[in-house]
Design a protein around this ligand. Structure first.
Ligand SMILES: Nc1ncnc2c1ncn2[C@@H]1O[C@H](COP(=O)(O)OP(=O)(O)OP(=O)(O)O)[C@@H](O)[C@H]1O
Ligand SMILES: [Mg+2]
Length: 401
């Protein structure tokens, strides 16, 4: 169930009304991993019923990340959404199914799909030409059907992998199109920012919007809507304190509490504590899995992974300067500076006044305790209490069990 984000939805609705009456508004939605970008964009899509507007949506993490995968997904979404606004339709899986859908719309659409299929069959695929073709097709489609298009590209930074000149091609074709708007989202701030700024005046003009964690009231609402029973106020506050209002962490803990409730038909404070710690540290805990994944993908391209982990561990104890980290690891500052630059690009850390910090306090807490050898079994109630006390103090610190 969708909760909160009324403010953001109101802004998106306002922009879509302006688009409907002729404005052109491109949007860049920033938000760290699992903050709720996809939920928000899909909620906008499913609650907007303006017959002037088509809202195709692609989650770029869910398609094959190459030019062929992108042009297919892009064309399928456009044609599918256009047909769907007129009549019930099934999502096309194969290009042949798409041909059938396109034929319902007319010659121009059929011709587009045929051209696409024939280029895709060529031995040497002209990839830039393919990209130009689909971007041009969107404007033609909008004009022909007298529609405005809000094309949502979720996890836009994935497009960097699609084609090295992707941004240039997209800009050169779409910059002057009057009926096609792009609403894009990105979760790796450093990369997304660079894509929007670096030699890209067109993307620089996108209206920016950032998603933050939920406040206390919305977190309580999210807990109420996720749990099949009413949780005590102080327990809800404890979840809020620990999740910082991060919706994914909140839902993860609630799921665990639900399971516990199904077993015991009641929930007390030690059980809430246990559920929280279990989600963070147990092998099967969703937050643990998420952090393992984040660490994995963030360090995937680095060779000396242990060095990066050591730096993260140091920062999980206390924010530190370059000189302090170099001293601790007993390596030259030049070398450590390179590691830190690479880490900054992952968004795991940020720099403020020449001090480096881990961005997410819960991730810092996890790194800190994980590397101190915390086992996967959270059996001792005392250990749980201790961990929790540490977590809610301002700076996560090490725990001796
Ligand atoms: N507004 C919301 N209402 C209810 N639950 C939400 C909301 N926002 C986020 N959540 C919860 O958090 C989870 C993560 O949200 P979502 O997938 O939208 O994040 P995201 O920012 O798109 O993440 P990623 O960076 O991994 O793509 C959802 O599966 C849902 O459980
Ligand atoms: Mg998402």
């Amino acid at each position: 169930m969708f909760v909160n984000r009324n403010h953001e939805l109101a802004i998106l609705n306002q922009h879509s009304r302006s688009i409907s009456s002729g404005s052109r508004i491109n949007i860049a939605l920033f938000g760290l991993r699992r903050i709720g970008k996809t939920e928000l964009l899909l909620q906008f899509k499913s609650t907007t019923h303006d017959s002037n507007i088509l809202i195709p949506y692609i989650n770029l993490q869910k398609i094959i990340p190459d030019t062929e995968g992108f042009v297919k997904a892009y064309s399928k979404e456009l044609i599918f959404e256009t047909v769907r606004q007129k009549e019930q339709a099934d999502y096309p899986y194969e290009m042949e199914d798409l041909l059938l859908l396109a034929s319902k719309l007319g010659d121009m659409e059929t011709h587009h799909v045929r051209t696409l299929i024939s280029i895709l069959k060529q031995h040497e695929i002209a990839r830039e030409e393919l990209l130009e073709l689909i971007f041009e097709f969107a404007q033609k489609l909008a004009e022909k059907h007298n529609k405005k298009i809000i094309f949502i590209l979720d996890e836009f930074q994935e497009l960097l992998q699609v084609h090295s000149r992707f941004l240039q091609v997209m800009r050169s074709i779409t910059e002057k199109q009057k009926d096609v708007n792009y609403w894009i989202s990105g979760s790796v701030f450093s990369v997304f920012n660079e894509m929007l700024n670096y030699k890209n005046p067109f993307f620089g003009q996108f209206t920016r919007m950032t998603l933050e964690n939920f406040d206390r009231e919305s977190t309580h609402e999210l807990i109420d809507s996720t749990l099949p029973f009413k949780l005590a106020q102080n327990h809800k506050d404890k979840i809020y304190k620990f999740t910082n209002g991060q919706p994914y962490y909140t839902v993860a803990v609630c799921r665990k509490i639900s399971e516990q409730y199904a077993l015991d038909s009641s929930i007390n404070t030690p059980q809430v504590n246990y559920c929280i710690m279990n989600e963070i540290f147990a092998d099967t805990g969703s937050i643990n899995e998420h952090f393992e994944y984040i660490l994995d993908v963030s360090l995937a391209k680095f060779r000396n992974k242990d060095r990066y982990k050591t730096i993260l561990f140091l920062l999980s104890q206390d924010p530190a300067t370059l000189a302090a980290i170099a001293r601790h690891i007993k390596k030259p500052t030049g070398e450590i500076s390179n590691y830190l630059k690479a880490l900054l690009r992952t968004d795991l850390i940020f720099r403020k006044d020449s001090t480096y910090h881990i961005r997410d306090p819960l991730f810092a807490f996890w790194v800190n305790n994980k590397y101190l050898g915390l086992g996967t079994e959270i059996t001792s109630g005392k250990a749980v209490e201790h961990l929790l006390a540490n977590l809610v103090s301002s700076q996560p610190s090490s725990v001796v069990l």
